[in-house]
Write a protein that binds this ligand. Structure first.
Ligand code: PRP
Ligand code: URA
Length: 209
């Protein structure tokens, strides 16, 4: 079974408390999503393999470590996942960014796919799927299914807030996937919004409400 990591770092929790606040503006919300993504990325990549290299400094040869092995791809689920991309690529500038467009049908809450664009070598990459909200888990589960159909073997997902229902759904559909969240909230309401959550992440990032 994949692991669930909940990041209780004080900086992440402080920023998340401002993110949740209904009075936080779209500008600040966008900045916070990006900053939290960067801090989470730092933690979520601590198991990436490294190799020893020798580097000539102006003084002497230093034995150093560099990232080894697979290349990375960051895969935002549109729209709200886009808000996490800058923070991720700030830390991993060599990562490719591939997009999956999904929206939840307002009545059924089932994900509807409208866009899918991967680099040709996606199957060889270590993939980090990003989406601020893991609610029913339908969108994340569908995104991971598409990636597996494309031959991707190593996938992890990073969400800022998860609901227990979404975590359970992912663990059932994709027991091989590790899940990284900054908070695991209480439950979903009748509209499948996370409680207490932060509202509609896409609308708050892009100011569409
Ligand atoms: C939100 C969110 C996730 C999804 C989570 O997207 O960004 O993608 O809902 O819900 P789920 O776990 O129940 O699938 P939304 O459908 O609102 O689209 P948007 O990002 O374009 O606003
Ligand atoms: N999507 C959101 O943006 N927020 C939720 O609480 C659930 C799904």
């Amino acid at each position: 079974m994949g692991k669930v990591y909940i990041f209780d770092h004080p900086l992440i929790q402080h920023k998340l408390s401002i993110l949740r606040d209904e009075k936080t503006s779209s500008k600040e919300f966008r900045e916070l999503v990006s900053e939290i993504a960067m801090l989470m990325c730092f933690e979520a990549t601590r198991d990436l393999p490294v190799e020893e290299v020798e580097v000539q400094t102006p003084v002497a040869v230093a034995r150093c470590k560099r990232l080894a092995g697979k290349k990375l791809a960051v895969v935002p689920i549109l729209r709200a996942g886009l808000g996490m991309v800058d923070g991720m690529v700030n830390l991993i500038p060599a990562a490719k960014v591939a997009h999956i467009g999904l929206y939840r049908d307002p009545k059924t809450h089932e994900p509807v796919k409208y866009y899918y664009k991967m680099p040709a070598d996606i199957a060889e990459r270590e993939v980090i799927v990003v989406d601020p909200m893991l609610a029913t888990g339908g969108s994340a589960s569908a995104a991971i299914t598409f990636l597996k159909q494309d031959g991707v073997k190593h996938i992890r997902i990073m969400s800022i807030i998860g609901a227990p229902e979404g975590v359970a759904r992912l663990q059932k559909d994709h027991p091989d996937i590790d899940i990284y969240v900054a908070a695991l909230d209480d439950h979903l309401n009748e509209s499948c919004y996370i409680v207490p959550g932060l509202g509609d992440a896409g609308d708050r990032i892009f100011g569409t409400k």
